[in-house]
Design a binder for this molecule. Structure first.
Ligand SMILES: [Zn+2]
Length: 290
């Protein structure tokens, strides 16, 4: 399989880098590792996980043209594989356990959502205004909420990118779904994955798409939204620098900007969210298996 040979390539590249380590300065070593990690990135198709925050991958069979699939009142991403059409349904973090169904050309296809317990995370934010906004911040926060909802719910028919690479090289510093307590107060659960990396680290488009929203947001700092098509949306927050504008098309691996610590943060990192049919789901499901 392609993914296996890519993994082997990545391992051997890391080994070669380690052998040369003594001959390299620290800066050279970092540059070498970044280069190998990016060029050896594993391209991964999304994996199924039938839990809140997961993805249901439903085989639909053969159709002459793309079937119409809806989940609740939202359209659902469909892809034609060799063995027929498949629906990729994003399951909300708030979804109830039990039977769920999608409408497929007027009929029902059922799937079961199992339980999953997400851990609690307590964080201390030194900029307390980002936890308890001032009266004068509230109007800005409200208008940004509308822009964010519009971007999350954006739909375009053409699927531009589907198989992802990692957007940033670095360790995962916070997982999707954590129940968050900020400065002792419960807040919304974590809607994405955090990847720790120094300010200035390049952020790469994990798949091709079109830029649909760019801006400086109160909580998210500098943020870019990419529409990959068919309701597949990804966002990049807390950036120090943004290199794209609304309307730009991006290729897989194209630089979107740089890691930073703008907005509500405890330090520099990329916050990365991935959405399907309007639900933020676990971005780890779009990377190669752990
Ligand atoms: Zn985050």
């Amino acid at each position: 399989m392609t993914s296996v040979s890519l993994k082997n390539h990545r391992t051997s590249a890391s080994t070669r880098a380690a052998v040369r380590r003594t001959a390299l300065s620290l800066a050279q070593l970092v540059a070498t590792l970044l280069c190998c990690a990016i060029s050896g990135s594993v391209v991964a198709a999304p994996r199924a996980q039938l839990t809140p925050g997961g993805i249901a991958i439903l085989p639909l069979g053969d159709f002459d043209s793309r079937p119409s699939v809806t989940y609740g009142d939202k359209r659902v991403l469909t892809v034609q594989h060799e063995d027929g059409w498949h629906a990729y349904v994003g399951i909300a973090l708030s979804a109830k356990q039990g039977a769920h169904s999608v409408r497929v050309n007027g009929g029902d296809v059922q799937f079961t959502v199992n339980g999953k317990t997400y851990l609690e995370q307590r964080l201390t934010i030194t900029n307390t205004r980002k936890v308890d906004p001032l009266e004068q911040d509230l109007e800005r926060i409200r208008s940004e909420r509308t822009r964010k909802a519009n971007a999350r719910l954006h739909w375009s028919d053409e699927l531009l990118g589907f198989d992802f690479i990692r957007p940033v090289t670095g360790p995962k510093s916070s997982s999707y779904g954590l129940r968050r307590i900020l400065n002792g107060q419960p807040r919304n659960p974590h809607s994405g994955m955090d990847i720790a990396a120094p300010t200035g680290t390049p952020i790469l488009a994990p798949a091709a798409g079109r830029v649909i929203e760019v801006g400086d947001f109160f909580f998210s700092g500098n943020m870019v939204y990419i529409d990959h098509g068919q309701g597949l949306i990804s966002l990049y927050a807390h950036m120090s620098k943004m290199d794209v504008a609304v309307g730009d098309t991006v290729d897989q691996g194209q630089k979107l900007g740089e890691v930073g610590e703008t907005g509500r943060v405890t330090g520099p990192h990329l916050h990365w969210s991935v959405g399907l049919n309007g639900n933020w789901i676990d971005p780890a499901l779009f990377l190669d298996a752990p």
